[in-house]
Design a protein around this ligand. Sequence first.
Ligand SMILES: [Ca+2]
Ligand SMILES: [Ca+2]
Ligand SMILES: [Ca+2]
Ligand SMILES: [Ca+2]
Length: 217
Amino acid sequence: MKKCVMVGIAGVGALAAPAVAGTIGPMQYLSVADSPLQFLGANAQLENFEDGALNTPGVAASAGFVLGGSAWVDSVDGDDGFIDGACVGGHSWLQNVAVNGITFTFSPVFGGNLPNWAGIVWTDGHNPAYFEAFNSLGQSLGVVVHNNADEMYQGSTAEDTFVGAYDTAGISYFRIWGTMGGLEVDHLQYGYEPVPAPGALALVGAAGLLFRMRRRG
Ligand SMILES: [Ca+2]
Ligand SMILES: [Ca+2]
Ligand SMILES: [Ca+2]
Ligand SMILES: [Ca+2]
């Protein structure tokens, strides 16, 4: 199954200085090697829930809990040590009511700065699925929608999808939600990094697409 990598670029108005902001994804994600974070530097956090808790600094969730030790777990594939289409040995973050969504709210823990880059991996639920991030001015960076759900709910991984956003004005929070059933996510990631120029980030997207095409070749 071919997946498309889309990198959205949008200017945000009403700022004293030109802001660089946009969305990243939806893009297939099977391990941390698929993360755009690796291109943006080392000053970042990755929460994979494998220690049974949401405890990376500077973030709080409005709802949900860690799910592990169950056939119903939809962790990122690589968290059990193997990219093999299975993930029951891993852990995820489950919200039983997808329509209510999960809001992840950030604190300025990066030298007094909010993260300017944030994302998460949607790992289970129904179609369609939604993601929306807001900057420090309360402005939406746009809604990312995908229909990658396989409508199976016991640990399939080919459907797993990264969604994210970035903004030089800082990201205050993002929300991920669905329209029915439950919602599972994994690999919450965020950081304060130099936001690349739009052209550079477009190249990152192109490089990611080439990587995925080669890997499946
Ligand atoms: Ca696996
Ligand atoms: Ca996990
Ligand atoms: Ca899944
Ligand atoms: Ca599924």
